[in-house]
Write a protein that binds this ligand. Structure first.
Ligand code: MN
Length: 284
């Protein structure tokens, strides 16, 4: 199933090119921005009713609604630094972002956090601050936690996954800490929907590709992750409790490149969805 957030804090199910309102299944006691999180936390009880609504509910053309970030406020966003070998090589290579540098990977760096306030959806835009700096796109697969996870081993890890979402880890290059450079407002675009884990046959075979203004920039598969998704859940849940609705940005493959105001990014993750984001100057 594909879960979305749209319009005036409605929770929806995307069915083909239509959206079915399932807000009533979450309950009126839940604050509007918390509705998707409540749906995820109560998913074992609600999944059947959501599926039934998808079959029988009133369908409204998705083109006629405004799709918003499907997780407006995760309690945290964990991110894997340098989790593809080809990206590690390009970063430190000749003409790379940090030429000549020995670029450490996830096996050394483990993880960093992005501010939850950096989330934006397909109704918004990536806003670049007016700084003389390089800002890059990073195409990633986002993992959405479904069940509270603490000290979860790799064999149980996937049972804690609610689903997946196309995710961009927008980055300012430079010497500041990653958590600072990657946490500007609008630097974590996600959407258009959360795709439940049952729709993805193999977490280690999710193909994704990114274009900028129609020009191919990144193409990869999660099979090439240095730390795969179960390993990331094992690693992060050993340090901190992962809550339903928390996000893991799994890392970006080779092909990162600078963005300019006026660009349009298309991140196509196959069955996990296609996220289209414009890039503009941050309004002053
Ligand atoms: Mn990244």
């Amino acid at each position: 199933m594909r879960i979305c957030r749209y319009g005036d804090e409605r929770v929806g199910l995307l069915v083909e090119d239509a959206v079915v309102d399932v807000t009533h299944l979450v309950g009126d006691h839940v604050a509007p921005p918390d509705r998707i999180g409540a749906l995820i936390a109560d998913w074992p009880r609600l999944a059947g009713a959501v599926a039934a609504a998808g079959r029988a509910g009133t369908r409204v053309p998705a083109a006629g609604v405004t799709l918003r970030a499907p997780l407006p406020r995760p309690s945290k966003i964990l991110a894997a630094p340098v989790n593809y070998h080809a990206h590690q090589q390009e970063m430190g290579g000749d003409g790379g972002v940090y030429p000549g540098a020995v670029v450490a990977d996830v096996t050394t760096l483990a993880g960093f956090v992005k501010a939850p306030s950096s989330v934006v959806g397909p109704d918004g835009a990536i806003e670049l601050p007016a700084l003389e700096r390089r800002f890059d796109h990073e195409a990633e697969i986002g993992v959405v936690i479904g069940r509270r996870a603490r000290d979860v081993g790799r064999s149980e890890a996937m049972a804690h996954v609610f689903g997946y979402v196309p995710l961009l880890d927008i980055t300012m290059r430079g010497g500041e800490d990653r958590s600072f450079r990657k946490s500007f407002d609008t630097f974590t675009p996600i959407g258009p929907a959360l795709v439940t884990a049952d729709e993805v046959a193999d977490h280690a075979a999710i193909e994704f590709a990114l274009t900028v203004n129609g020009e191919p920039r990144q193409r990869a598969s999660t099979r090439d992750l240095i730390y795969d998704i179960p390993r990331l859940i094992e690693l992060y849940s050993a340090a901190m409790t992962l809550e339903p609705g928390d996000l893991i940005a799994t890392g970006t493959p080779a092909g990162v490149a600078p963005l300019e105001p006026g660009d349009e990014i298309v991140l196509d993750c196959g069955g996990v969805g296609q996220l289209i984001m414009p890039v503009r100057q941050r309004p002053v």
